[in-house]
Structures are given as C-alpha cells and as structure tokens.
Design a protein around this ligand. Structure first.
Ligand code: SAM
Length: 289
C-alpha cells in the first residue's frame, strides 16, 4: 500500500467528490430520521496542505485553491456552500492550510442523530483517523479492509445510508473490484445511496467499467464526470468520475448547474469536459432468481 492521499488532497478530483458528497448528505437531512455514512476508504480525515507532501505536488492549488478564489454564480455558490463553508470553517484565517477529507467533511455536516463508519487499511492513516475522532460518539473509525465492510457493515442499523467507495486505484483490476464490491453492498442494502469514485486517465477503461455496471441491471445509476485536461500525458489523472446509485431526484439538475462552473474554474487546457447522464434508469429491472 503505497498510496497516501496527502499528496492529492484537495485536488480537482477531491473537489468533485466532496461537492457531491456534501449534496448527498444535505439531501438526506431533508428527513429528520438518522442516517449513516459508510466511508470504506476514508484516509486520514484532515490534510495539512502546508505539509511537505502536499506542497510537493501542489495539486490542491489547482483544485480547492482555485475554487475558493473563484467568483461563483449565486445558484452554484448556494449548492457548493455546505462543502465550501466546511473548508472555510477549518481555515478561519482565510489562507487554505487545512482540508477536510471525506470523513471529516461528513462529520462537519452532521446533525446530532447522524452517524459515520469510516474504514482505513493503512495502519498509520487509520491511526490518525482514529485519533481525529477519538471520543466522538457519532463516529466509528476502524482499521479495516473497506471491501470487507461492504459485506459486513451493510445494511446500517439506521436503514438509511450513504456509502462512499473511494479506493486508491493503485492496483490492477481496481475497476472490477469496485464493480464487485458495489454489487456485494447493493445486494445487502439496495435502498442505500452509493457514491463510487473512479479515475479518468490515459489507458483507463471507463467504458468497460460503465458496461460492467450496466450489466448488473441495477436501476438509477447516475454518472458524473469532469476532466480538466487532455489524457495525452502518460501519468496522472486527466479527470475523475462518480457513479451515484439511488441519487436524490434533484442531483442530476444540480450537476448540470455545478459541472460547467467547475470545469471553467478547474480547467487546465482546452480538452476539459464534463457530463452527467443516467447509466441506468428506473426502467431497468433486476432478474428474479
Ligand atoms: C483516495 S484515498 C481516500 C480519500 C478519502 N475518501 C477522501 O475523500 O478524503 C484512498 C484511501 O484508501 C486507503 N486504502 C487502500 N486500500 C484500502 C482497503 N482495502 N480498505 C480500506 N482502505 C484502503 C488508502 O490508504 C487511502 O487512504
């Protein structure tokens, strides 16, 4: 396990993922009833953007750095407010030095009844995560293989939940693993909202990944993608995507407002693009077995 998220925290891919995660949480809060966020690949929770590691890549500067300085149209500023207010809250001086990873962002948006189960397998990062939430009765941070959690921790006892699956994609076969992991989780908890992250880069197979998801015959899979540059470079991300299963009915329209603005703010060359579309819609029916 070589991947450490500190090198990438707050980059353009985090921006899309965390903006959407915040929308999912706010939507879940339209009902009083408690829900649980299951974050299977949680990272450390808070990232020091002034650290040597974060400064080395500087990726956050072209992500959250740009977004915080952008003059956003009012409707988009409103949609991004839960996310950006959390970033502001961590940085009261105005300089962006601390960045909330997915578990910290979720926790910052919670009401007293909402709960988080966060899994992280890297022992050092899991230790940090556990220290961050020590004594917090709303959070359970566990050093555990997140793929196992999709079997063992679903359904949540609240019976309402958002499942974020955000693997590092450092190993071969991670797209297939994501499809299989999601299928396992969905079988146990078909009513959950799932948010699956994947990279877009040279040689990566989003098309066959999409087809493998469609082959599951699961309804209501929404896809959102944002690329910020051409994929001509051999290494690194040119963009990222999210599959949101059982999304709020409002999310597609929200994405159509947010994505063009995010593209304009985060673009790195003229090949930047975005799209949001149904991978499967309500008409898909699973075969009875
Ligand atoms: C992309 S980062 C997570 C970022 C985090 N979700 C966020 O948005 O702030 C992926 C994380 O998964 C961890 N990881 C790798 N394999 C894992 C596994 N099998 N189970 C749980 N965590 C794993 C890595 O150590 C890394 O911290």
């Amino acid at each position: 396990m070589n991947y450490r998220h500190i090198y990438h925290a707050g980059n353009f891919a985090d921006v899309l993922k965390h903006a959407v995660l915040a929308r999912l949480i706010r939507y879940a809060q339209n009902k009083d009833k408690a829900f649980r966020v299951l974050d299977t690949h949680a990272g450390t929770g808070i990232y020091d953007l002034s650290s040597e590691e974060a400064q080395k890549t500087g990726e956050w500067r072209d992500g959250i750095g740009r977004l915080m300085e952008a003059d956003l149209p009012a409707p988009v500023a409103e949609l991004l407010a839960p996310y950006l207010d959390a970033v502001r809250e961590l940085n009261p001086s105005g300089d962006i030095k601390r960045y909330p990873g997915s578990p910290k962002l979720a926790r910052m948006l919670f009401r007293p009844q909402d709960r988080l189960s966060a899994m992280e397998l890297h022992p050092e990062d899991a230790g940090r995560l556990q220290r961050l939430f020590e004594g917090d009765y709303q959070v359970r941070a566990t050093e555990l293989d997140g793929w196992l959690a999709l079997g063992a921790h679903l359904p949540p006892k609240e019976k309402r939940g958002i499942v974020l699956v955000d693997p590092p994609f450092e190993e071969e076969g991670e797209y297939d693993r994501l499809v299989r992991g999601f299928a396992t989780g969905y079988r146990r908890f078909p009513g959950g909202t799932y948010c699956l992250w994947y990279p877009i880069k040279k040689g990566a197979p989003p098309k066959s990944f999409h087809e493998a998801l469609q082959a599951l015959q699961i309804p209501k899979m929404l896809c959102a993608e944002l690329t910020v540059k051409s994929d001509r470079e051999e290494t690194g991300l040119s963009g990222s995507g999210l599959i949101i299963v059982n999304p709020p009915f409002t999310l597609k329209a929200e994405l159509h407002l947010m994505l063009p603005v995010l593209k304009t703010v985060l673009t790195q060359d003229r090949f930047a693009s975005h799209r949001a579309f149904w991978l499967t819609d309500e008409s898909v029916h699973q075969d009875e077995d």
